[in-house]
Design a protein. Structure first.
Length: 174
């Protein structure tokens, strides 16, 4: 009986540490916090900015024709295009001001395995000021990143996005 209790306590300790190992780290996506790489004031305009990430990763925020998207830039410089204007909505859009990185580990050893970003789309052409605010979940593997889930607005949207991010490794790309 003592062995079973000891085994159970050990299992619970290991299991609780595994769950708590997945946490969030937030970085800025606001253009005032990112380095401008390219910018054009022509009609429709364009912008490409590089934003700090974590663990050597960076995010590129892209804008063209009043639509935004993000590229994930790996520590080795390789880019994965998320094509939010295709994978989420082709309407006029903008990304939120923060990126949520789901990570395993802590501090400098934190390794991202998923990304959550807010994507605001003006999908009603008769009311362009009305936006739908999606949360986009991206899985990050050793050599690529892709959108796996688009979470629609709901009272538990953040919780659903984190759950989807934590399960993203086993999901196909959109």
């Amino acid at each position: 009986m003592k062995i079973n209790i000891l085994f159970l306590l050990t299992f619970l300790f290991i299991f609780s540490n595994a769950i708590s190992a997945q946490t969030s780290v937030y970085t800025d996506l606001a253009d005032t916090k990112c380095k401008t790489i390219e910018s054009s004031a022509e009609e429709g305009g364009s912008y490409r900015g590089e934003c700090k990430g974590i663990g050597g990763f960076k995010l590129e925020v892209l804008e063209g024709d009043i639509r935004q998207s993000i590229n994930v830039v790996f520590p080795n410089g390789k880019k994965s295009e998320l094509s939010l204007w295709t994978n989420v909505s082709s309407a006029f859009s903008s990304v939120g001001s923060k990126a949520e990185w789901r990570v395993k580990g802590k501090g400098k050893k934190a390794k991202p395995f998923a990304l959550i970003v807010r994507y605001n789309a003006s999908e009603n052409s008769e009311k362009p000021e009305a936006t739908t605010s999606y949360l986009v979940v991206t899985k990050i593997t050793k050599d690529s990143a892709c959108v796996t889930d688009v979470i629609k607005p709901a009272s538990d949207q953040n919780k659903k996005a984190q759950k989807a991010a934590d399960e993203s490794a086993n999901k196909p790309c959109k």
